[in-house]
Design a protein around this ligand. Structure first.
Ligand code: ADP
Ligand code: ZN
Ligand code: ZN
Length: 735
């Protein structure tokens, strides 16, 4: 019998949960190809890039195709990262090929060659040195002046934001040149004393720093500190310790937390290049940073959600800032949670992980209370800052102007007259949430999302001229007259940030009124430019939760929160937690510096227990009560959930698909708890009927056992072909 042919087992980015066999390219021996190498293969009519996960004898009687190429000489994914990703695929019950593709930077996933990872900088050319003294004043000269020594691109990012276009014109004139720079030494602050001496850590900070420094191996530490308590200082010192031991550090920050301000603070303090990873970079830049981490060149990586996938061959410390933040959860494709995966990686890497927040997730508080996490508390604001005074303002029966009561308007006036800045927080974009006919009661609903029993209002934008659905993006001009009764009495109901902005501009013409939301400031740099324009002068910011964190606003003395009442009565079991976190985070923006801050919570429900507990007991009192409720009701963290979603143009196929799944789950384990199949809380979106099935188990192992029994067969089921479906393990939203 001839020896069997050896093939490569390849993970490909397809929903099919299996590996694919290929002959090695160009007659190579299969075992000359390493596990973790990228490989380009023909798949159907396309070429795709996969990852080799093994070798083995070919199955008999199968037509084998030959792989096309190996883009790299060595494995790209290996060691701990590869093992953790395989574990993640199992945990999410997701195809390993898609998980690996999600982890790779887009450029590498497409098969592009490995980018250079050196640090680059700029210096004056010989011609530049000669020409410099005679250059005319202006931007080019100012930039050339900064190059009195070779400067790294990181340095230029801090010192001369927007330097690239000017530099390009200087290079075109032959006056400057781009050079590869030596990496700064991996230890020590930039100037002696810099890292330690800016502040002397207070006792609570010092205790936290010591606890992190003394942690050996895998230790999760919850850094539970009120806003402004100096958590970032603790991270910085812990990272400096990590660098001094010759190790790499990874810091995860929320989507809107990674501001130029925050990066500058890290760079200034650590004295090594700090590599940023966020959505504002090009694919090429992201790939270069990922690879620099893999090669051990990047010593500190600070990034948003997907930075959790960087390789860390010399890991020493992981940090997750604002660990409760919703942006750590990926809501489509591979639905991972970056905080949870970071914890898994820290365990695999045997390093400490610090989870920081002023409003820790209930899961994390529960883990701290049960002793699984070390609990480090910072109860006081650092320096001289005092906590803001929070007041509930009852607006029942009071006149409101664009949602603002007299008391709030008077407080805004007073704060401005005292030279302060004011934040008016409303978590709803647009001009008004609803367009209503005053004569017949008609209102504008999204044609693609509404159902008869669940109308989905379209939000009014552009001062009443446009309607927009915030769920599916559908837009249309607002009608001039009521489509039902032809009345001209159409009125925007309720208040979005646009309308509040207009009202405040009309009332407070003497100061700038700036709106900060996804409509006004798409880019992180645009937001910074906005805030720079305000500077230190008195003024008013109107915004959504984009303003709840990230940028330091030291002049902010008053925060007015409006429109929270709808959030008090939401059905989702996490809505109370989310609202409490949001309120505490927004309130924490006030009085971060020397000036005391004040927070007004405007409501029609002043006696609501959530508000009362928060204001009088604080976040931890709220959390304690909420955890007791979750335990009684059997919700996380006292149960483990998975959410199976299905949608189609008609409601029948999703129902049949979910019924089949429910039957399969009940057969695998008669004790498993199922809720549904039921219409999703939003039963129709963008023209699709949406249904869901919630799977709940007291133990994680029980949940995974039934999913293991169900999911492989689900892919192959005839019902699956008629629907779009997804499985979400540990769902954050039941939507
Ligand atoms: P958090 O991340 O907990 O909200 P930060 O780390 O941003 O807090 O610190 C809040 C403010 O207090 C910052 O301006 C920081 O520079 C300052 N700060 C931090 N630690 C100290 C300290 N030990 N003494 C004085 N000021 C401090
Ligand atoms: Zn009408
Ligand atoms: Zn819609």
């Amino acid at each position: 019998m001839p020896a069997p042919v050896h093939v490569l087992r390849v993970a490909l980015p397809t929903p099919l949960p299996r590996l694919f066999d290929y002959l090695p390219p160009g007659g190579m021996a299969a075992d000359a190809v390493a596990v973790g190498q990228r490989v380009q293969v023909p798949f159907g009519k396309r070429d795709v890039v996969g990852v080799v996960l093994g070798h083995g004898p070919a199955a008999e009687g199968v037509d084998l195709r030959e792989a096309l190429a190996l883009p790299d000489p060595a494995p790209l994914l290996q060691g701990e990262l590869l093992a953790s990703l395989r574990w993640l695929a199992g945990y999410l019950h997701a195809p390993v090929g898609e998980v690996l593709a999600t982890a790779l930077p887009a450029a590498l996933r497409r098969g592009e060659p490995l980018p250079e990872t050196a640090t680059f900088g700029w210096r004056r050319s010989e011609a530049g040195e000669t020409a410099f003294p005679a250059m005319r004043a202006g931007k080019p000269r100012a930039l050339a002046a900064l190059l009195d020594a070779p400067r790294s691109e990181d340095w230029l990012d801090d010192a001369a934001p927007g330097w690239r276009s000017t530099m390009r014109s200087l290079r075109d004139r032959g006056l400057v040149e781009r050079i590869e720079m030596e990496l700064a030494p991996a230890t020590g602050p930039r100037t002696p004393g810099d890292a330690a001496a800016l502040f002397r850590p207070n006792d609570e900070q010092q205790a936290a720093i010591d606890a992190i420094r003394d942690a050996r191996g895998f230790v999760p530490l919850l850094l539970d500190g009120v806003t402004g308590s100096g958590k970032t200082e603790v991270y910085l010192q812990a990272i400096a310790d990590c660098l001094a031991r010759g190790k790499q550090a990874l810091v995860l920050v929320p989507e809107i937390g990674l501001t130029p301000q925050a990066l500058a603070r890290f760079r200034a303090r650590l004295g090594v290049p700090v590599h940023a990873l966020h959505s504002g970079l090009t694919d090429h830049e992201r790939a270069a940073t990922w690879l620099a981490a893999a090669r051990g060149q990047a010593r500190v990586v600070v990034g948003t959600r997907s930075a959790v996938f960087v390789p860390l061959p010399e890991a020493g410390l992981l940090v997750v800032d604002e660990e409760h933040d919703g942006s750590y959860k990926q809501f489509d494709g591979i639905r991972y949670h970056a905080r949870d995966f970071a914890i898994l990686r820290a365990r695999a890497l045997a390093v400490p992980i610090v989870l920081g927040s002023a409003t820790p997730a209930l899961e994390s508080l529960h883990n701290a209370a049960s002793g699984r996490y070390a609990h480090l508390r910072l109860r006081h604001r650092a320096g001289n800052a005092t906590p803001p005074r929070v007041r509930i303002v009852d607006v029942r029966k009071r006149p409101l102007q664009a949602g603002l009561g007299d008391e709030a308007l008077r407080a805004i006036r007073a704060a401005i007259d005292a030279g302060g800045q004011v934040l008016v927080f409303r978590n709803r974009r647009g001009y008004a949430p609803v367009l209503l006919c005053h004569d017949c009661g008609w209102s504008a609903h999204c044609p693609r999302c509404s159902t008869p029993d669940k109308p989905t209002p379209m939000t009014v934008h552009a001062h009443g001229r446009r309607l927009q659905c915030h769920h599916c993006g559908h837009r249309r001009p607002a009608p001039q007259a009521c489509p039902d009764c032809a009345s001209l009495g159409l009125q925007p109901q309720g208040n979005g940030t646009e309308r509040i902005e207009a009202e405040l501009q009309a009332r407070f013409g003497d100061v700038p009124v700036l709106r900060i939301d996804r409509g006004s400031t798409g880019q992180r740099d645009a937001l910074q430019a906005h805030l720079d324009r305000l500077g230190d002068a008195p003024g008013i910011l109107v915004g959504t939760q984009m303003l709840a964190k990230g940028h330091d606003l030291p002049r902010l003395t008053l925060v007015v929160v409006v429109g929270i009442d709808e959030g008090l009565f939401s059905a989702d079991f996490r809505s109370g937690e989310k609202l409490a976190q949001l309120l505490v985070q927004v309130a924490g923006r006030a009085g971060r510096a020397e000036r005391p801050g004040e927070v007004l919570l405007q409501t029609h429900h002043p006696e609501h227990p959530l508000l009362q507990t928060l204001v009088h007991g604080g976040y931890h009192a709220f959390a304690e009560g909420e955890l007791a409720l979750r335990e009684a009701a059997g919700f996380p963290p006292f149960a483990h959930l998975a959410l199976l979603r299905a949608e189609a143009k008609q409601a029948d196929p999703p129902m049949q698909f979910l019924q089949r799944a429910a039957a399969g789950l009940a057969e695998a384990d008669p004790d498993i708890v199922l809720h549904g199949p039921l219409p999703a809380p939003m039963p129709r979106r963008a023209g699709y009927q949406r249904l869901q099935l919630v799977v709940s188990a007291a133990a994680r192992r029980q949940l995974h056992a039934v999913l293991d029994a169900l999911v492989p067969g689900l892919h192959a089921s005839p019902e699956a072909r008629k629907v779009r479906w997804s499985l979400d393990v540990d769902p954050v939203d039941l939507y």
